[in-house]
Design a protein around this ligand. Structure first.
Ligand SMILES: Nc1ncnc2c1ncn2[C@@H]1O[C@H](COP(=O)(O)OP(=O)(O)OP(=O)(O)O)[C@@H](O)[C@H]1O
Length: 402
């Protein structure tokens, strides 16, 4: 059983220490289990909850924040007054999508045979499945865990979020199935593995700077869409390189909405959501960690970490390195501040004027994203615009130096 890389912090105890300055921040992981309110919840209960939420009266937000407890994307959506149950190309009933049947998935995977397995994550196992109509899809099968309530919430969250988003740079949702104790999500199959695999060169090809800039731009556009063009806005909460999948043309698609939350409703005057901290160590916004206040700027912070990862090739936390290099963002900021910017460049990339310029410009933006206080971080829209400009300058410089 692979280790869970997702770390949830219980609401009460101080979960982590992250100081508000770059130079001395310390990340302390305490992997305490998520607080669940009712472990005996059955699948039927939480699935029916999705649909009950569809018709829940609008929530009243009276203070400057609203509490996590049972708020879901669906119920927040109902507060806007328009509720539609779009599932892929049709309308779903409670347990089965009309386009898919459990039997078809079961047959196509030969009873979930390991030979169809393409990945494993905190949520469960991922299979590549060719359907009878010839479409290839990714099937995410939730593991049968004793933490049913927690997993139920992740499954519900992923369905609710995916069902309302359509963007070229987001993994597309096709439907879900619940069959006895099986919970299955059917999503777009993205053929070329995760960004992390490519940075590790697991696929054999080194990602050049042009491709890395394209990937950063795609991800920035996808998150901008979630923050600005969905109603209500969505906070992804788990932006990281293993959740960025690549197509055959090396374009990026953001996946894994298991932790997604709706953003505060600006019309109500709310500035943040108060919620227990979820996400992945190394990518977590320090302000969210210490205050439990979630905003879109937490995704901006994680995006900043991702940018440093893209430029350096290093994981956010590298415990095998000497002490002062273990937290990659701290190491990168220190080297940049000391005028040693080029040392941050992935050694797999050539040092040349175009690469060096892109490195410097993207690093500058990444550090803004990593500002300790959310108010100092740019919006994702601003990041998209800056990246667009960097990519343009990079291409021009590359062409003139050829
Ligand atoms: N839609 C997809 N198309 C192709 N491969 C996928 C797809 N979704 C997931 N995978 C593969 O399965 C792996 C596991 O994905 P999953 O989203 O379950 O977990 P994760 O993001 O890697 O980890 P965690 O759940 O702990 O955050 C991914 O790294 C990827 O290689």
């Amino acid at each position: 059983m692979p280790s869970r890389r997702r770390h949830s912090y219980g609401g009460g105890a101080s979960p982590a220490t992250v100081s508000s300055s770059y130079s001395n921040s310390t990340f302390t992981d305490r992997f305490s289990p998520t607080t669940t309110t009712d472990k005996s919840s059955s699948i039927a209960r939480w699935i029916s909850k999705i649909f009950i939420n569809c018709f829940t009266p609008p929530d009243t937000v009276t203070s400057k924040n609203f509490d996590d407890s049972e708020q879901t994307i669906r119920s927040r959506r109902s507060s806007t007054g328009s509720v539609q149950r779009h599932y892929g190309n049709g309308i779903a009933n409670e347990t089965e999508h009309p386009r898919f049947t459990f039997d078809e998935i079961y047959d196509a995977t030969k009873n979930f045979s390991p030979s169809f397995r393409i990945g494993q994550g905190g949520f469960g196992t991922v299979y590549k499945v060719k359907l009878r109509d010839g479409t290839t899809v990714a099937v995410k099968r939730a593991k049968k865990s004793i933490h049913d309530d927690r997993q139920g919430k992740e499954f519900t969250s992923e369905i609710q979020t995916l069902a309302q988003v359509t963007h070229l740079s987001l993994v597309r949702y096709y439907g879900f199935l619940v069959h006895n104790d099986e919970k299955i999500l059917i999503v777009e199959y993205v053929a070329n593995g995760s960004l992390r695999d490519h940075l590790d060169c697991k696929e054999g090809k080194i990602l050049d700077m042009a491709t890395r800039l394209d990937i950063a731009t795609d991800v920035a556009h996808a998150i901008t869409y979630l923050h600005m063009y969905t109603q209500p806005p969505i906070i992804h909460r788990d932006i990281k390189s293993s959740n960025i999948l690549l197509t055959e043309n090396f374009r990026a698609k953001v996946a894994d909405f298991g932790f997604a939350r709706v953003a505060p409703d600006s019309e109500s005057g709310a500035t943040h959501v108060s919620t227990q901290v979820k996400g992945t160590a190394g990518y977590l916004d320090p302000e969210y960690l210490t205050t439990y206040q979630l905003t879109e700027k937490s995704d901006v912070y994680s995006f900043g970490v991702l940018l440093i990862e893209l430029l350096s090739g290093r994981r956010p936390i590298e415990l095998s390195r000497v002490h002062k290099e273990r937290i990659t963002i701290r190491w990168a900021i220190k080297n940049f501040t000391n005028g040693d910017t080029l040392s941050v460049l992935d050694p797999k990339l050539e040092q040349n004027p175009a690469n060096n310029l892109a490195l410097e410009k993207v690093l500058e933006m990444a550090f803004q994203c990593l500002a300790p206080h959310r108010g100092s971080r740019p919006t994702m829209k601003k990041c998209s615009e800056i990246l667009w400009g960097i990519r343009k300058d990079y291409r021009e410089l590359l062409n003139t130096s050829l």
